[in-house]
Design a protein around this ligand. Structure first.
Ligand code: ADP
Ligand code: MG
Length: 489
């Protein structure tokens, strides 16, 4: 019976859709005109109901007549593919059919049989999904030969040129484990998080390249969350959401970079959630990065966040001195350039924010050296760094300090300069003077002048008071530290 149904269905939908959505279905039982089919996931069920209910009804009608009914048996998503599948039976949710369905002969199918669980499913499936089968902006999804699928990987990122250090040891070794056995370790999903320029993209690209090199049959896809979002929006616009989903369900290893970008984009998140579930259940590897730990990903749905906990979360820290040295040396070797050891040391010592910045300084040195036909030396390095440091200092002037401190204490800049002696204002004023002393070249007299014409002894007293408070008051100390970050980059 199912084979005949399939024949009916096949004649009315595309080859790719048929393969994706109907080949994985297993017919499991037929009794009293009820055909039970097993589908691999909840998402699968929702998708069928959303998009292929008409085709299914037509097939069932032809085979079993108006009394025919269809039930789904879903391999329940346990969050662990090793678990033995449990199945539930859900009658087809008639509600899912297009309005015209009521007048078709097959409408009697499952009429009125909307159970509570099916209703929940129906509600959940009321995704942002438009009727499909229109134009397709995703050429790749029509390509059945998987060799034509593009991974979007940059092969200059590898494990070989990813320097290991304390800052990245866990993330790197988890990445290597995943790269060697995608989808089969417990690191699924693997979530790498860390600040800007610390090597997230490099690491996940290295994972992708490694997998691709040893598993040519696997479709590895790297995509930034931003691109994913734009593609999805485009597919909505073009009425081709189904093609979008079809394409992503072909992926064997999905690498989604900068997942924080999905914050607040509910519909895109929902689509990603479905794709995630589907791939995860099928034992496909998922790798993600984020610029902050999952608990700080505001604007991401809880159900999505909870998925991230299924696997492993590993962070990247700022590299320590030795790692920075090694990164510079590695870069030099790669680019075939020579920099005296004391310059390497000077750079590694001075640029401690992130790897991207370190590379930036290196590149500008190389450029200068070739432009001026001069070997890179310490003097040149100092010159290059002075440029960067001045950039920071130029921003941190008195106005900036006053504005930042006032904002931090939720008062106005005018109040900072006013005569008032209210305690909160006095504290804010003293802190602002303290930072003015620390971060500008203004004399005590000049600082006093800019804070409502106070004299230099007031400034001395303020700086002293703040120093004392930093020593004695833990909460105050952390406030000052928080503020200092804004002045030191
Ligand atoms: P993120 O994605 O975290 O912002 P990237 O992966 O783009 O950072 O890294 C920034 C630059 O630093 C890249 O050129 C990358 O190759 C380099 N980089 C980062 N970490 C390392 C490392 N451990 N070893 C070598 N290069 C690194
Ligand atoms: Mg990145």
């Amino acid at each position: 019976v199912w084979a005949n149904c399939l024949r009916v269905i096949r004649s009315s939908i595309g080859e790719q859709s048929f393969r994706t959505w109907f080949e994985p279905i297993v017919p499991v039982a037929l009794h009293d005109n009820v055909l039970v089919i097993q589908v691999p996931s909840q998402f699968f069920y929702e998708w069928l109901e959303e998009h292929y209910v008409e085709e299914l009804k037509r097939g069932i009608y032809q085979e079993l007549g108006p009394e025919g009914r269809l039930e789904y048996s879903i391999v329940v998503d346990q969050g662990n593919s090793q678990n033995k599948p449990r199945t539930v039976n859900i009658p087809t949710a008639r509600k899912m059919a297009a309005p015209s369905a009521a007048s078709t002969p097959a409408a009697s199918l499952a009429a009125g049989a909307l159970t509570a669980s099916a209703r929940n499913v129906a509600a959940a499936a009321a995704a942002p999904v438009a009727p499909a089968q229109l134009r397709n902006p995703f050429e790749a999804s029509k390509v059945i030969d998987r060799n034509y699928l593009q991974s979007q990987l940059n092969n200059s990122y590898s494990f070989e040129n990813y320097i290991e250090g304390d800052c990245n040891r866990l993330a790197r070794s988890a990445g290597l484990a995943v790269a060697n056995k995608p989808g089969t370790t417990s690191f699924n999903p693997l979530m790498i998080y860390g600040g800007v320029g610390l090597g997230k993209t490099h690491l996940v690209q290295a994972i992708g390249n490694h997998i691709k090199a040893s598993n040519t049959d696997k479709f590895v896809l790297y995509v930034s969350a931003e691109k994913f979002t734009n593609q999805f929006i485009e597919s909505l616009r073009a009425n081709a959401v189904q093609d979008f989903a079809n394409f992503y369900l072909l992926v064997d290893i999905l690498i989604l970079d900068d997942v924080q970008f999905l914050s607040g984009k509910d519909k895109t998140q929902e689509m990603f959630f479905h794709i995630f579930n589907h791939l995860h259940q099928a034992g496909k590897q998922i790798v993600m990065t984020s610029d902050r730990p999952p608990r700080d990903l505001v604007g991401l749905e809880d159900r999505l966040l909870s998925r991230f906990k299924w696997g492993l979360t590993a962070d990247l820290q700022s590299p320590d001195f030795e790692t920075r040295m090694a990164i510079i040396q590695n870069k030099m070797q790669q680019d075939g350039i020579d920099i005296p050891p004391q310059v390497v040391e000077y750079l590694a010592y001075s640029v401690d924010t992130n790897v991207r910045e370190l590379e930036g300084v290196l590149i500008s040195l190389i450029a200068q050296s070739s432009l001026n036909r001069r070997e890179i030396d310490l003097e040149m390095a100092k010159q290059a760094l002075r440029h960067i440091i001045e950039d920071v200092e130029a921003e941190v002037n008195l106005d900036f300090i006053q504005k930042t401190v006032a904002e931090f204490f939720s008062i106005s800049v005018d109040l900072l300069k006013a005569k008032t002696r209210k305690k909160e204002v006095v504290t804010a004023r003293q802190v602002a003077m303290y930072f003015a002393k620390e971060h500008t070249n203004h004399s005590l007299k000049s600082i006093g002048y800019h804070f409502g014409g106070r004299d230099h002894s007031t400034v001395i007293h303020s700086v002293q008071t703040v120093s004392d408070l930093i020593d004695s008051d833990k909460q105050f100390r952390s406030q000052v530290q928080e503020l200092r970050k804004k002045f030191t980059k």
